[in-house]
Design a protein around this ligand. Sequence first.
Ligand SMILES: [Zn+2]
Length: 317
Amino acid sequence: MAAMVGPWMLLTGCWSDRAPRLAIVAWQCLTVSVVAAVALAGVALLIPTASVSGGLAELLRACAMALSAQYSSPGGAAAAATGAILMTTVLGRLAWCLTVVLADARRRRSRHRTALDLVGTTVPGLDAVVLSADQPAVYCLPGRHRRIVVTSGALRLLTEEQLTLVLRHEQAHARQRHDLVLAWSQTTAKAFPRVPLFATARAESARLVELLADDVAIGHDGNRLALADALLTLSSASAPVAALAAGGSTAGARVRRLINPRRPLGRLGAGLVASAAIGMLLLPVAVAVGPAASATQMDYCPTGTPAAAASMHSTAD
Ligand SMILES: [Zn+2]
């Protein structure tokens, strides 16, 4: 249900443009919630349902004897096998794709940093590496050994104020680790390519981190028009893969947002969105562990021998 209602909530209206940080968190909560719900559904199938009412409580309380009793029937064994396959597939695929995404990004950035160290130069007073290139571009290679890169073309075309703003934009990407936000959304989209939700989350996350970096660059008293001008100058630039650029394909929409700013989301709206995001995150866990309270009042695991357990089951029947 969250997979259908969540995107509708997050895409309705323009509130995300007014609160990009909150929108990023909401998309993260939604994708984590959907993945967790599917994985926990596998757990619910895996754990016996005959002796317990359902949920993660079984995982904590069920004993080997109860498992054995459940799996002895063809239906129980099939459900358990389905649950085990579902859980293993979801978590395994997610872990594999996360590893691939992070390793690929690290390899590309490391290679690019090595090249920068060879051909890049520094300029006194400029916290960035300068590349000799006519194309105006400003981008950052995020991570622990981050680099912010400015081409000589950008230095020639941008005013001092514009350069300061785009450097702040890049520093926001690097400092707030927007690369990790994008790594997660890329991972879920790669792991489950047939689920539109994850493709939408990836596209929205990429757009929202740019809005957020723009907001940080502007701050309270930054010149919005100067940043808009700078984005137009840099809009034709293409950044290396695994880098975060100041310009890029979203520049047009960002320029419009900078020129026609809207009020940030109010406290009430932000509170509603935050509550919904937390609710989405907690929903699958709450459903899974909900029976735990009642489970603590019940004795699921017979302490005697298997024969005694069988006797107990037959008595109950
Ligand atoms: Zn950017």
